[in-house]
Each structure stands twice: as C-alpha cells, then as structure tokens.
Design a protein around this ligand. Structure first.
Ligand SMILES: [Fe+2]
Length: 366
C-alpha cells in the first residue's frame, strides 16, 4: 500500500492507552498517525499540518468531540472525520453523522472494524473531493460560457442598434427627398410622427411599438413623389380632377411601402389610410369607423393638428387653443372620438413637442 503510507491521520483521544492502541494499529497498516490528547491540541495540529482523516473521541476534556468535528468540517473541509467512542448512543451517532462525520465506531471494537471504517471514510473523502473538483470545473465552464454569451448579446445589441440607426437614417433621407420639392413646414414630419408616438404611448403600447409608429408615420406622405409638380405646387384650390390626382398619393404611398417587414407594413397602412375619415367621407376608400386601421386613425389626428397649427404658403397658423376647437368640431366625423380625447388630454406634451421641433424660419403657433 504505497499510497496509504502517505495518508496522515489525527488521533484525538484523552485516554493515552486508547490513543496509543489506535496509533499502533493504524501505523501497522501503513498510515502515519499524529496523536492529540484533547480538542485544543487537535485544533493546533490542524492549523499546522494537513490530515486526510481525524478520529475523534466523543468525550474530551473541555470541548466535546462533536464540537471538534463541527470545527473541522467548517475550517478543514478536506479532512474526513470518524467518531470513536464508548458511548453506544444512537442519538449521538445520529447527531455526529448529521454534522458530517463519515463514521461512528463504538468501543470496544475489532481492529478490522476500525481499518474498514478508515478505508471507507478515505474512499468517500476522495470521491467527494473529485466531485467538488468536477463541480468547480463545471462552474468555471458555466461562468466562462455565461461571459461569452453576455458578450455575444452585447455585440448583437450593438449591431441591432447600428442597424436600427442605419434604417432610420435611410428613412429620413427618403422623407427629406420627398419633402425637398414641397414648400411645406420643414418640421411637420418631426412633430406629426411624435404626436403619433404620444398617442400610442397614451394607449399603453409598448415602447418598441410606439417607436415603430413614430418611424412609420414619417413616411405618410411619401406617395407625393408620384404627384405631378403642377399639382403639388399649385397655390390655389384644385379642380375635381386635380383633387383626384392629389388623393392618389395615398395609393402610391401604399405601393411604395408595401413589404414584409413590420415597419413597412405599418408605414404602408398609414400612407394608405391617413386621409380616411371616421364618418366614411375620407379617401381613398371611404372606410368607416373602426374599419380604418388604428394607426391610420392616429395619423389622421396628428397630421391634421399639425397642419392647422402650422403656417403654410396658403394659410396662417392657428394658435393651439383655436386649433383644439377646430379639432373638436371633427370629433366622430373626421376623427375617432376616443383617440381625439386622448390627444387633447395630452395637450401639454403636444406643446412640448411643438417647442422642441419648431420650424426654422417661422415657428409653429403656440
Ligand atoms: Fe397626406
């Protein structure tokens, strides 16, 4: 037993005869034994040396063997323990085993009984050490994988942010290109789209969905790029035929924006339906009430309010108080009554958006 010779055992017993007997027996079987006459001496030895196993008597002067076993388990978890005692008491045995002792041997014992208990305790200690090492290795692997996963998520989020930013920039350029030919209100898109997001937020939509309608609504008039210059730039009223052509910007917008991405779907819906009216008198399809998609009903309010409160070539801007009265006239006729209430109840936030996005040369009415 080459390996057993290296195994160091601590023998704790206040009876010199018992200590010597155990030491002799175990050393004859290849173990290295260090005797201790009490708990204090045992604690000192454990501080100085490494023991694979401690055999402890239950009744020790000053401190009980059970207390010593508890201390060993707490401070030296790699040291296995066996109680050796003359007390044939099942309750003490239970307590000792519950506390973590590997065995409980009752005096008088047969030499083989001690040798088998020691061998079993050492085997169990070895298995537990291997288990602990495996668990620690596994924990390290999990920690490393978790860190990798976290890094991947951060990279993905960065990529997603960059993509979203690129998408928003591309949309802004497209909208700018469409607005370039018009002499309308330069910040109309900024305000109108934020009014849409404000109403969505008041409806309790998730932030992501509010952001989606904000971005999608910027493209509501994109179809005007298909409207001839002589109609777009006409200073006076339209003939019935010109009106019909102008109204086609909703259909052109729908076709331009049709696609499978959620943003395009919402944008296409808004472009198609932002001139529908709740009472069915709108265009292009004359939809009535809630058959008009919610996004279209929201955009209709946002678009109309900004048009009323902004100066155009052909009209002055109305102050907000008067604009609110005009909007109220459209309740249930032009606009969805519930959505209109929601919007007008948020008039302070509407003001804040107006202040944040004024037109560069002529400020929006306030
Ligand atoms: Fe429009």
């Amino acid at each position: 037993m080459q390996e057993a010779k290296k195994v160091r055992l601590l023998i704790v017993d206040d009876a010199q005869e018992a200590r010597e007997f155990l030491c002799t027996l175990l050393e004859m079987n290849g173990y290295v034994c260090v005797p201790a006459a009490g708990a204090a001496e045992a604690r000192d030895l454990l501080q100085q040396q490494v023991f694979e196993l401690a055999l402890c008597d239950v009744n020790l002067p000053g401190e009980s063997g059970l207390s010593l076993v508890r201390a060993i388990l707490a401070k030296h978890p790699d040291t296995a323990t066996i109680m050796v005692t003359a007390m044939d008491d099942q309750r003490i045995a239970d307590v000792a085993l519950e506390q973590g002792a590997y065995g409980y041997v009752i005096k008088p014992f047969e030499p083989n009984e001690i040798l088998i208990s020691v061998a079993n305790a050492l085997r169990r200690r070895k298995l537990e050490q291997e288990n602990r090492a495996n668990r620690e290795r596994l924990e390290q692997v999990v920690l490393a994988r978790t860190a990798e996963l976290r890094e991947t998520i951060v990279r993905l989020e960065q990529t997603e942010r960059a993509l979203r930013q690129a998408q928003e920039e591309a949309i802004q350029r497209l909208v700018m290109a469409a607005e370039f030919r018009e002499k309308g209100s330069p910040s109309h898109i900024q305000r109108m789209s934020r009014y849409c997001a404000l109403m969505a937020s008041r409806l309790g939509w998730a932030n992501e969905r509010c952001e989606l309608i904000r971005l999608a609504s910027t493209m509501h008039d994109i179809g005007k790029i298909g409207t001839p210059d002589e109609i777009v730039f006409k200073p006076d009223g339209f003939t019935p035929e010109e009106s019909r052509v102008m109204q086609q910007h909703t259909e052109i917008g729908r076709r331009l924006l049709s696609g499978s991405a959620e943003l395009l779907k919402v944008a296409s819906t808004i472009a198609w339906t932002h001139h529908e009216r709740f009472d069915g008198s709108g265009y292009p399809r004359g939809l009535v009430g809630e058959t008009i998609p919610l996004e279209g009903r929201i955009a209709a309010i946002a678009d109309a309010f900004d048009a009323i409160t902004t100066r155009r070539v052909y009209k002055q801007a109305l102050p907000v108080e008067q604009a609110v009265d005009v909007m109220r006239l459209g309740r249930g006729r032009h606009f969805d009554a519930q959505l209109l209430s929601l919007f007008l109840d948020s008039i302070d936030q509407v003001h804040a958006i107006q202040r944040q996005y004024p037109d560069p040369e002529r400020k929006a009415a306030s």
